[in-house]
Design a protein around this ligand. Structure first.
Ligand SMILES: [Zn+2]
Ligand SMILES: [Zn+2]
Length: 258
């Protein structure tokens, strides 16, 4: 089944293991796989030795200091992926934003991607282990900020809370699905770190409400790429065929990739 994997990392993401752009390029040339290269914008913009500074209180300071350098790195990323592109490979990015909405990316280039993935990886309330209601409030603000940049897909909506052991309420899941529907955003089922109960609840609500659901393997390792077993399991759990449940990019995006 040819699902579209909206979320794949290369060596440009600091947490990637054995995946490389050249490895994906070869797959794109030799198979009918449809997938997007989506490296972390924070890993493109933050320099060696400070790759994880976005996840700290120094995030803004380090970003401001290296912004020009980061813009050049971004240009290089876009040029490299475009040069490697073949078959069903799309150029994307996993976009980070600050709580005030500033993208960790040159905003003039956001329109250059075939697919824009947004993630609320971290924000102040989460970093400081704030009260649950404050964490939830800031998560909603982060999602609104990402929507303002017209992301196509919201990556792993609940992972940041799950990693810090915050409860994820049904109300929050409902809010996310409603919001995604209003803003035409696909919600990702992510198999790299699994939030099974929340994913099934989200996928069911989204399907019922006609909100798009996207496949993301979030591949950091070669072994993760092309493995849609979890995505099929979620589709099974809500009683829908995976090919019917999951979103695919528009023909226009696919055309742009060619
Ligand atoms: Zn992510
Ligand atoms: Zn990712």
């Amino acid at each position: 089944m040819n699902l579209c994997d909206c979320h794949c990392h290369t060596e440009r993401s600091d947490c990637a293991e054995d995946v490389t752009l050249q490895w994906y390029a070869e797959i794109a040339r030799n198979t009918s796989a449809v997938f997007a290269i989506t490296d972390h914008s924070a890993h493109i913009y933050y320099p060696q030795g400070a790759k994880w500074a976005f996840w700290t209180d120094e995030a803004r300071e380090v970003f401001d200091e290296h912004q020009q350098w980061g813009d050049a790195q971004l240009d290089w990323y876009i040029a490299d992926v475009r040069a490697a592109q073949a078959g069903g490979m799309l150029l994307g990015i996993e976009l980070d934003v600050f709580l005030d909405g500033t993208p960790v990316c040159n905003e003039d280039r956001l329109g250059d991607f075939d697919i824009l993935l947004g993630a609320a990886h971290t924000f102040p309330a989460l970093q400081h282990d704030a009260e649950p209601h404050q964490v939830e409030t800031e998560l909603k603000v982060m999602i609104q900020r990402l929507a303002a940049w017209e992301i196509d897909v919201l990556a792993h909506p609940f992972r940041p809370l799950r990693l810090k052991n915050y409860a994820i309420s049904d109300d929050l899941i409902e809010w996310v699905v409603d919001f995604a529907g209003e803003h035409d955003i696909a919600l990702e089922i992510n198999s790299h770190s699994i939030c099974r109960d929340e994913d099934i609840c989200m996928a069911r609500l989204a399907y019922e409400q006609g909100v798009a659901v996207a496949v993301g393997t979030d591949s950091h390792r070669k072994a993760e790429f092309g493995d849609f077993s979890y995505h099929c399991e979620v589709a099974d759990a809500i009683g829908v065929a995976a090919s019917e449940l999951y979103w695919r990019p528009t023909p226009a995006a696919m055309q742009a990739a060619k």
